[in-house]
Design a protein around this ligand. Structure first.
Ligand code: FES
Length: 92
């Protein structure tokens, strides 16, 4: 089963097998976003907004630590912690 990752600003679409973090998916497809801590959920620099398909039930402790309540309400995720499980739209 593949899931579809759509990038709203570029209209680029990636089909991928679920199981990787969003940051790993981005890197694998040569899409680079800031990740100062190297994807270790320490800096918060890899935050992205998920405009469709965000499952708030799976937010990690690291995301609660690095994202504000307002960011969580507005569907921001840490791409190095977030593992998409269904089709999503990312605002990058
Ligand atoms: S790359 Fe630092 S928190 Fe994700």
């Amino acid at each position: 089963m593949y899931i579809k990752i759509t990038f709203s600003k570029s209209n680029k679409i990636i089909d991928t097998i679920p199981g990787s973090t969003l940051l790993q998916i981005l890197r694998h497809n040569n899409i680079f976003i800031p990740s100062p801590c190297g994807g270790n959920a320490l800096c918060g620099g890899c935050r992205v907004k998920i405009t469709k398909g965000n499952d708030l039930m799976d937010i990690s402790a690291e995301e609660y630590d690095k994202l504000s309540d307002e960011e969580i309400k507005r569907n921001f995720r840490l791409s190095c912690s977030y593992i998409p499980k269904e089709d999503i739209i990312v605002e990058i």
